[in-house]
Design a protein around this ligand. Structure first.
Ligand SMILES: [Cu+2]
Length: 127
């Protein structure tokens, strides 16, 4: 009788530990703000609209390096530049990883690009 009760309590304890571990993992894996994915040599979308105060999470879905900074590609020429009100973006991806920018606190249009892959531009509209 007591053995059955103890066994039941032990199972309940184990279950709650497993469930707690799962919920912690889920909350860490899912960014709450806007997200843009990256492939081998491109942003999956060229533009994204976010709200003032949002940070932008970039997810590298490929086994590919990306170095993402302020500015843009003009043809095959890099144009590093930071618009007034833009946060400094300098993110190093080594493949299948995720990084988040500082918040965009000013409304406007901002550009970031990858220094490795010509034409890999992303325009961020903050409203
Ligand atoms: Cu890249």
């Amino acid at each position: 009788m007591y053995k059955k009760l103890l066994f039941g309590i032990a199972i309940l304890g184990l279950l709650s530990i497993v469930l707690a571990a799962c919920s912690i993992k889920d909350s860490a894996a899912a960014p709450t703000g806007p997200v843009v994915h990256m492939g081998l040599a491109n942003f999956i979308q060229n533009t994204v609209t976010i709200k003032k105060g949002d940070s932008l999470t970039l997810i590298d879905d490929a086994a590919s390096n990306h170095i993402i900074v302020n500015g843009y590609w003009d043809g095959s020429t890099q144009k590093p530049e930071k618009e007034a009100g833009a946060p400094t973006v300098s993110l190093n991806f080594t493949g299948n990883d995720t990084h988040t920018t500082a918040p965009f606190n000013t409304a406007g249009t901002f550009k970031i690009y990858c220094t490795i892959h010509p034409g890999m531009n992303l325009t961020i509209t903050v409203q």
